[in-house]
Design a protein around this ligand. Structure first.
Ligand code: SF4
Length: 218
């Protein structure tokens, strides 16, 4: 028993508690994750689920591939518009209370896919509890995300406000308006052009000079 948990005295010899605290402790210590993997981040997620990183220490090693048996969803990879409604349906099938970790920049913001067909963050369509930056994030970062979820469960936080609905081109209700997204981007690009800036997401190519010919081969 965690000696810092409320109601634990004398190093764990005496425990006074409430039913509510026991339920929170049980939930935090037995998360059942479901990976929603679509791209390279899902490969990195596999590393987390193996013995080296040992998510069993957090009680989260029971991976489920049915949303009805999971309470923590890892979205690992790029999500295109066509996958958005599928993601929402699977999220809706998870029983409450449930949590979502957005793994990597693709899931969190579209990453470098600033294109008409890619969701610019899964919070366009489902609420996200923890965003994990990186491309891909290190396994340690995912462990930190699990610990953040555990902290929130311990504090009794459960409500999630829909996020990202304010974004241009995102209704937040599952209907993705690609035309609105494209129009918003065109307006943004025009504004930037007036300021002498390149369109957002355009990275100038750097030409690497050819290596000098090898002259000394011994
Ligand atoms: S964030 Fe990077 S590693 Fe993860 S899915 Fe996107 S491109 Fe792949």
């Amino acid at each position: 028993m965690d000696p810092t948990y409320p109601g634990v005295h004398a190093g764990g010899d005496i425990i006074t508690t409430t039913l509510d605290a026991v339920v929170k402790w049980g939930r935090k210590s037995s998360l059942w994750p479901m990976p929603f993997g679509t791209a390279c981040c899902a490969i990195e997620f596999m590393a987390v689920s193996f013995s080296h990183y040992d998510i069993a220490r957090f009680g989260a090693e029971v991976l489920r591939f049915s949303p009805r048996q999971a309470d923590l969803m890892f979205v690992a990879g790029t999500i295109v518009d066509k996958q958005g409604p599928i993601l929402k349906t699977i999220y809706d099938q998870m029983p409450e209370p449930k949590w979502v970790i957005s793994m990597g920049v693709c899931a969190s913001s579209g990453g470098f896919y600033r294109s008409y067909h890619t969701m610019q963050g899964i919070d366009e369509i489902i609420p996200v509890d923890v965003y994990v930056p990186g491309c891909p994030p290190a396994p340690e970062a995912l462990l930190a995300a699990i610990m953040k979820i555990q902290e929130r469960i311990k504090r009794g936080e459960q409500a999630k406000a829909p996020q990202g609905a304010h974004r241009l081109g995102a209704s937040g209700e599952g209907a993705i308006d690609r035309r609105a997204r494209r129009q918003a981007w065109a307006k943004d690009d025009a504004e930037r052009l007036k300021q002498g800036l390149p369109p957002r997401g355009v990275i100038p190519l750097r030409v690497i000079p050819p290596a000098p010919p090898e002259t000394n081969r011994g």
